[in-house]
Design a binder for this molecule. Structure first.
Ligand code: PNS
Length: 165
């Protein structure tokens, strides 16, 4: 079965990668789809987010990374994905994920599989990592080394590099 792991991945964290790794063990093929949440301002461009994920997922031959615009259900159809896989960090995540899963199911009948995030990564969010990094905090234990380098480079360039949506 081919599934899709969607997200903003701004930037990709060890928590995201744990979900992708587990999806790899459960399903034949995994499409990691870098999308846009219209409620968010992004630090990294879509191309940068796809590049970071492609590097981070390079060790898994059954994973393909792509960027998308528009509705997730349309990408699922185009890519032949039978289900959406997402991580749940804490109860607060469930409320929003349930609503999205129900909307996506109502649109095309696609199923969503929610995997509990590993406890060691449950406190991670890309938003917090951006915040900590912006004020000079150490985020090295939360993201892959290559992502850390990109965060440092982005911070050195200053806030004018922020992608506005
Ligand atoms: O990591 P995020 O920010 O929670 O990812 C959210 C994302 C990009 C996966 C989600 O916003 C999404 O699927 N956007 C595409 C538009 C869409 O299909 N929205 C869901 C219908 S309710």
């Amino acid at each position: 079965m081919r599934v899709i792991c969607p997200g903003s991945f701004d930037p990709v964290t060890h928590g995201h990668l744990d979900i992708v790794r587990r999806a790899v063990t459960l399903f034949d093929e995994v499409v990691v789809a870098v999308g846009r949440n219209s409620a968010k301002n992004y630090l990294f461009t879509p191309d940068e987010r796809v590049a970071m994920l492609s590097e981070a997922c390079a060790e898994w031959p059954s994973v393909r990374v792509l960027g998308f615009e528009g509705l997730l259900v349309d990408v699922c159809r185009q890519q032949g994905c039978a289900a959406i896989v997402k991580g749940l960090r804490f109860p607060g995540d469930f409320e929003f994920e349930l609503q999205m899963a129900q909307m996506n199911h109502a649109l095309t009948g696609i199923e969503t599989v929610l995997l509990p995030t590993a406890a060691r990564w449950a406190h991670l969010s890309s938003t917090m990592i951006r915040e900590v990094a912006r004020f000079g905090g150490d985020v090295s234990s939360f993201v892959p080394e290559a992502v850390l380098e990109r965060i440092r480079a982005k911070m050195a360039l200053g806030p004018q590099t922020k992608e506005r949506t």
